[in-house]
Design a protein. Sequence first.
Length: 135
Amino acid sequence: MSELVVCKMSIKSLKELEETLQQLGLEYDVHDAATQMTDYWGRQGKKAEVIIPKSRNKQRMMSDIGFKKNSEGEYDIIVDSDNRNLKNSIAQTHAALKVMRVAKAGKAVANVTEGEIPENLQQGGQNAIMVEVRI
């Protein structure tokens, strides 16, 4: 069943979030205070400071998508449980933009380690390369 769920992201600033959403061509609204979001069924429930309205991004979304600052000062994403592909696109685009920013600044880009995928994420025992970017 479709429902709005909160997922942790590592987006630290409104500027980073806006840059990511613009790169994906998504229209969004920034609110001074947390504002109601609308789910797939048209019900209002969760609140967010940045909202990507379904009404202006229909081709890609089942419900509004929101971003709300958590206690650590980072933005969490509020997304429909049936629309996690867009959440993944946002996370990947944000990571790519972060790497490009670091590279343009001439800083060390990343620490790379090769290792096993954690057991709860394994699919056929594949190896993964983990890239950690710290700014």
